[in-house]
Design a protein around this ligand. Structure first.
Ligand code: HEM
Ligand code: HEM
Length: 265
């Protein structure tokens, strides 16, 4: 469910519709005619990121920044650190499910590629396709993995004073301390990865003139940036409803985990 439609192409009297038309509800994409060899090539956009992926991304940014700021401020703010951490856990769980059932460009099978594709991308012999490039895909996987580990180890962490994750007392002090160590150890790899992530976005903007952030905000990118065989991500009321259902289930799972905190804590 949720995969992109098969590419629609209509060829009549020299008119071609090379890019998919109907990315669905809320998609500012207007399928426009390209007249072969004629003088009215009208810009057309394709949907790169569906709305659930975009909401996921910007909520993740807010919650990760929130988790870092609140733990550094410390004191009573540590309670908010845990709340941001729960939100990150939920977001990562959502993204993992969405990576299997979401729209085409959001799917892991679509963007996670082998060494051959990564090499071709580095050599510049691969045509640009919407979504993550084969190298960027690795950093996306790493971010999901590291942030997921951070949220999970946080559940078992303690600060030796009066704050501890909801599962800390269930595993005993020794294991909780070890997982707290991992939780702290993960800080720098995450910061380095995020630094590389933002640097890469800036590099693409300046060196390659690609406005990746605008696609992550509006969902769309100019079709002219891609080859003719490009498809739009499906972003319909149906896919959005599916995302809402998944988000509700994930929220219930996280709430269930947090409720495992022993009474009195
Ligand atoms: C805490 C900070 C951030 C985190 C944790 C983060 C995380 C992520 C993740 C997980 C993805 C993959 C999205 C997906 O496939 O679902 C992604 C992609 C992306 N992020 Fe971020 N991000 C952060 C900050 C930013 C900032 C500040 C910007 C822009 C100014 C940005 C722009 C983008 C863009 C444009 C993509 C898509 C890249 C592509 O086209 O392949 N991110 N980010
Ligand atoms: C992905 C989200 C999270 C991030 C980015 C994050 C980040 C951090 C960082 C960087 C520290 C070390 C601060 C320092 O030593 O200066 C820390 C400590 C801590 N975190 Fe998280 N955390 C996250 C999720 C969680 C969750 C879900 C919980 C618990 C429910 C949690 C509980 C704690 C506790 C109790 C400490 C204090 C450990 C100590 O001071 O010994 N964290 N976190």
């Amino acid at each position: 469910m949720g995969a992109g439609h098969p590419r629609r192409e209509d060829r009549t009297a020299g008119l071609s519709l090379p890019h998919r038309f109907d990315a669905g509800v809320g998609n500012g994409t207007i399928g426009l005619l390209r007249v072969d060899g004629a003088s009215m090539p009208t810009p057309s956009k394709i949907r790169v990121w569906d709305l659930p992926t975009r909401i996921f991304h910007w909520l993740l940014v807010a919650c990760v920044v929130g988790a870092f700021v609140t733990i550094k401020v410390g004191g009573l703010w540590t309670e908010y650190h845990m709340l941001f951490g729960y939100a990150v856990l939920g977001l990562i769980l959502f993204r993992i499910v969405w990576g299997f059932v979401g729209s085409s460009h959001a799917r892991f099978f679509r963007f996670v590629r082998g060494p051959g594709a990564i090499l071709a991308y580095l050599k510049g012999t691969m045509p640009r396709t919407p979504g993550h490039n084969p190298l960027g895909a690795l950093s996306v996987l790493a971010m999901i993995l590291l942030l997921g580990c951070q949220a999970v180890t946080g559940l078992f962490a303690n600060d030796d004073i009066f704050t501890e994750g909801p599962l800390a007392s269930r595993v005993g002090k020794e294991l909780s301390d070890r997982l707290t160590g991992l939780h702290k150890l993960d800080e720098w790899p995450i910061l380095i990865l995020l630094g590389l992530h933002v640097a890469a976005i800036i590099w693409y903007r300046l060196a390659k003139k690609q406005k990746l952030t605008s696609a992550m905000v509006t969902g769309d990118a100019p079709a002219s940036e891609f080859g003719p065989e490009t498809d739009s991500a499906r972003d319909t009321a149906g896919t959005r409803l599916l995302a809402l259902v998944i988000a509700a289930i994930v929220a219930a799972v996280v709430y269930g985990i947090v409720s495992l905190r022993p009474a009195g804590f």
